[in-house]
Design a protein around this ligand. Structure first.
Ligand SMILES: [Zn+2]
Length: 100
């Protein structure tokens, strides 16, 4: 059994919000599939075009990256396994916080 997502799975992830909630490994595999698979890249371009059309229709400002573009950029920029947000400031960073 291969861990590689099929074209159908990749297409579903691209077209839905699944990609945002997929595990880093899963996203990496999907990116790898997109890298190797021209059909899925073409499909992704169509989805991005759709995103631009939606943005134009609903008044998003030109030049602003769409959610899909931002999502794609985030996925590409994010090393797998480092998806968690920065942790809030540790209380011990402020040792005098309880004084007076
Ligand atoms: Zn494919």
């Amino acid at each position: 059994m291969s861990m590689m997502p099929t074209c159908r799975e990749v297409a579903r992830s691209i077209a839905s919000d699944e990609l945002a909630t997929d595990s880093p490994l899963r996203r990496l595999l999907i990116q790898w599939h997109l890298f190797r698979c021209g059909d899925c890249r073409e499909y992704q371009e169509q989805i991005r075009g759709l995103g631009r059309a939606v943005r134009a229709t609903y008044g998003g400002s030109e030049g602003q990256p769409s959610d899909i573009d931002r999502l794609a950029a985030r996925i590409l920029a994010e090393p797998p396994g480092k998806g968690e947000a920065a942790s809030p400031a540790d209380p011990t960073d402020f040792p005098n916080a309880d004084r007076s």
